[in-house]
Design a protein around this ligand. Structure first.
Ligand SMILES: N[C@@H](CCC(=O)N[C@@H](CS)C(=O)NCC(=O)O)C(=O)O
Length: 215
């Protein structure tokens, strides 16, 4: 892969962290360009790349790609390292299941509700913690964690010894979620998922790419 990769992201964005983690695990580098998707007026760099003005965006020569799930598959295809996508049909399907669940439920509930109100606002922006948003989000997180627990219990994915794109997609989200004490307590009631998290949270790649390690 001779041509340079460029990653347009936002410093605290959990999805940008997913791509940075993937680059690290795949032994690849990308030039990083900071763009704030929440800026008003809208960030010009980001608007030039995507009408949705969301990060991350990956650029590879004249090829531009949004959507983290697609970016990870593209990086996996470019990587010189062994693929992080399982070959067996059930494992491959469960990898896609976890990634879909992250996008449809984990991010809106565990990040935008629980983490934003329970950690990001008070610890990073200095705003008041929104307890009611945390309580509502924690209640909504239960069924989501139950599905992930089923996958981890099956042992094909989130098994704590073979990494796939599912681990990379979920780990930064889980890391943000457990920074809220109620999130951390809730995870403890899911044994297979907790065992996975014990393994995943000890990975150097996750710790080294953590955007909030100083908070
Ligand atoms: N489906 C997108 C979601 C990306 C996303 O929601 N990124 C957040 C930052 S973590 C963002 O840019 N939010 C700005 C907004 O929603 O307006 C993906 O998989 O990449």
């Amino acid at each position: 892969m001779a041509e340079a990769l460029r990653l347009i992201g936002f410093k605290h964005s959990v999805y940008t962290w997913v791509v940075r983690l993937a680059l690290h695990e795949m032994g690849m580098a990308a030039e990083y360009v900071e763009a704030d998707p929440f800026a008003e007026p809208p960030d010009k760099v980001l608007s030039e790349h995507t009408p949705l003005r969301r990060v991350p965006v990956l650029q590879h020569c004249d090829f531009r790609l949004t959507e983290t799930a697609a970016i990870l598959r593209y990086l996996d295809a470019l990587s010189a390292r062994p693929s992080l996508q399982p070959s067996k049909p059930k494992a491959l399907a469960q990898m896609a299941q976890v990634i879909g669940l992250v996008d449809s439920d984990v991010y809106p509930v565990m990040i935008r509700q629980v983490f934003s109100a329970g950690f990001y606002a008070p610890a990073v922006t200095g705003a008041v913690r929104d307890d009611s948003a945390v309580v509502t989000g924690i209640a909504r997180a239960g069924p989501v964690l139950s599905v992930l627990e089923q996958v981890a219990s099956d042992g094909r994915q989130l098994n704590g010894h073979v990494m796939s794109l599912a681990d990379l997609h979920l780990a930064p989200m889980m890391s943000y979620f457990v920074r809220v004490p109620e999130g951390n307590a809730m995870l403890a009631s899911f044994p297979a998922l907790s065992a996975w998290w014990g393994w995943m949270s000890a990975q150097d790649s996750l710790r080294m790419t953590d955007p909030l390690k100083n908070f």
